[in-house]
Design a protein around this ligand. Structure first.
Ligand code: NAD
Length: 348
């Protein structure tokens, strides 16, 4: 394990550490970033496995995602810092998946409990169960973070609908969900019987087929079209930077509420959305349900659903505060949320 610090990478912004990890025998290569570690609490952030072609892309992703986890934790009222692991999947990684994951779990052990992790893009619950046998620093074994993420998304959605349309009711509302993996599917389950119309897209055509069987009423479009569909709500539930300078002018939604982390390519995209009248529910505010549930598992050694639900319900209050302030002060929602998160972090 090779450790970097602020002296080595200028993009580091309030990060405590970025570690390069590798194990050539199993094809493991990736980065673990810790954005904020307060002395009495570890940093939380899930592990992503994706086919990044450049190490530079993977480092930047780990840095940005771990910072977003700090902000998420702050606005969710949790004391933990933010972290993230980004693993660069190689073709042969899947041939020896179990060995690959076990080797990664041993690397997590080297951080001595400063980094607590679970499943993100490309990592399944079974993977987490396997890695937990090697490392006590994996969470999401006694709770289902995806279900709780979707619960928070629904609360965020209702708050946003009330702010934009004057009613929380989904009955007359149309949706476009980008990515129907773990989070997209759990969110779809919650809105399927209530919404007027739901469009979905995924680059994984097998997954799209399964979704169409489970939810025959959804309308499948291509990944190239999904953000362009004229709907009330665009819901990004796939990868980072999905709203960027190339596609922002193509959006035809009224609001954005989704589970994906780092949806905006950069903060100026938030300003653009604000200017064109699309209400953006900051991703790390509305997708905090999973973090809240795994933190509960860590804190209490188990998860009590009622306790977790109460904490997740606070997403409504936090988002309402952000949307109200954005309207009142004419400031983009992403800026309002970032400012609130930074203030909380500075007060520790
Ligand atoms: P996942 O791997 O289960 O699903 C992601 C899906 O997106 C896959 O089906 C993939 O094929 C699809 N996809 C990728 N690129 C796409 C594109 N351009 N267009 C359409 N589909 C595309 O991952 P997940 O755990 O569901 O996570 C999805 C997002 O939610 C990520 O940004 C993640 O960081 C965020 N998130 C996850 C959790 C969690 O508990 N898993 C919690 C909070 C936030």
């Amino acid at each position: 394990m090779l450790l970097f610090n602020k002296k080595h990478i200028k993009e580091i912004d309030g990060h405590n550490l970025i570690a390069y990890i590798s194990d050539k025998k199993v094809g493991l290569e990736g980065y673990i970033a810790i954005h904020r570690k307060n002395s009495s609490h570890p940093s939380f952030g899930a592990t992503r496995l994706w086919n990044y072609s450049l190490n530079d892309d993977a480092i930047k992703e780990a840095l940005r995602l771990s910072r977003a986890m700090s902000y998420k934790s702050a606005l969710a009222g949790l004391p933990c810092g933010g972290g993230k692991a980004v693993l660069m999947s190689k073709k042969d990684a899947f041939t020896h998946r179990k060995e690959y994951l076990k080797s990664y779990a041993k690397k997590v052990n080297l951080l001595g409990g400063n980094f607590i992790t679970g499943s993100d893009v490309g990592i399944t619950r079974d993977d987490v169960m396997l890695m937990r046998k090697v490392s006590p620093y994996f969470v999401g074994v006694k709770t289902n973070p995806e279900k709780f993420t979707a619960m928070g998304l629904l609360y965020g959605l209702e708050t946003c609908l009330l702010s934009v349309f004057g009613s929380e009711d989904l009955a007359n509302r149309s949706f476009a969900i980008q990515g129907v993996g773990k989070i997209g599917t759990e969110f779809l389950k919650l809105i399927y019987s209530k919404a007027k119309e739901i469009y979905v897209a995924d680059i994984d055509t097998l997954r799209v087929g399964e979704i169409k069987k489970m939810f025959p009423g959804v309308i499948v479009v291509t990944p190239q079209e999904i953000h362009k569909v004229a709907v009330d709500i665009f819901s990004p539930c796939a990868l980072s930077n999905c709203i960027n300078h190339r596609n922002v002018a193509e959006l035809k939604c009224k609001a954005i509420v989704g589970g994906a982390n780092n949806q905006l390519e950069n903060s100026s995209i938030g300003s653009l959305l604000h200017r064109i009248g699309i209400v953006y529910a900051p991703d790390y505010v509305v997708n905090a349900g999973g973090l809240i549930s795994v933190y509960d598992e860590y804190e209490y050694g188990n998860t009590r659903v009622k306790r977790v639900e109460e904490r997740i319900h606070n997403i409504k209050k936090t988002l309402k505060k952000i949307l109200d302030e954005s309207k009142r002060e004419k400031v983009p929602t992403n800026i309002v949320a970032d400012t609130m998160a930074k203030e909380i972090i500075a007060s520790y």
